[in-house]
Design a protein around this ligand. Sequence first.
Ligand code: G3P
Length: 212
Amino acid sequence: MVIETILINTKAYEHGVGRSLESLAKICKEFKNVSLAVQPTEIWRVTKHKVPVYAQHIDPVPYGAHTGWILPEAVKKVGARGTLLNHSERKLKMDVLKKTVSRCKSIGLETIVCASSVREAKRIDMLHPDYIAIEPPELIGTGRSVSEVEPSVISRTVESVRAKVLCGAGISTKEDVKKAYELGAVGVLVASAVLKSKNPRAEVRNLSRWRE
Ligand code: G3P
């Protein structure tokens, strides 16, 4: 098993848009297996620097009269590898999630679907997403890492689902990444440690040195 991605979720942070995002994309490019989940309007800024990129959310609409919805084909055409769905800050109903995962499969977009608990992860697994990202909401943005504070939620998710498992919430250091890997996750999601840092390069470098 390998760490497939350190996925930096820019959420709606100020440094996740415009020129700041382009600087962050250049930093990500320097390190192995670092990718970004960004606002759909910002995907092109990341593909420009040849960094794997995911759209934060899409809608399961087809081509047609759907003003204001995010068309899966549009994010695919601008170069997104996939999409991050059902984040605890953007929850979806199960029927919508089912349609969205299925639309993504039909056009070749990868799906990373967030789950807040092992129970939810099991239900989501029935939709056959590519990845399930387990993120206990109470730890998000706290700097208290899921892999240190709630290790069993990661290992139980890994045991319970067929999808590959990522984990997130409070991940800030290479030790957090290493622990996640030892618990069976194939990657991590990170936001505030990088997006709120005065030195994002130092943070990304530290996270990517998890094997040392
Ligand atoms: O999707 C990742 C995110 O929810 C984790 O946030 O700030 O705890 O790294 P943070």
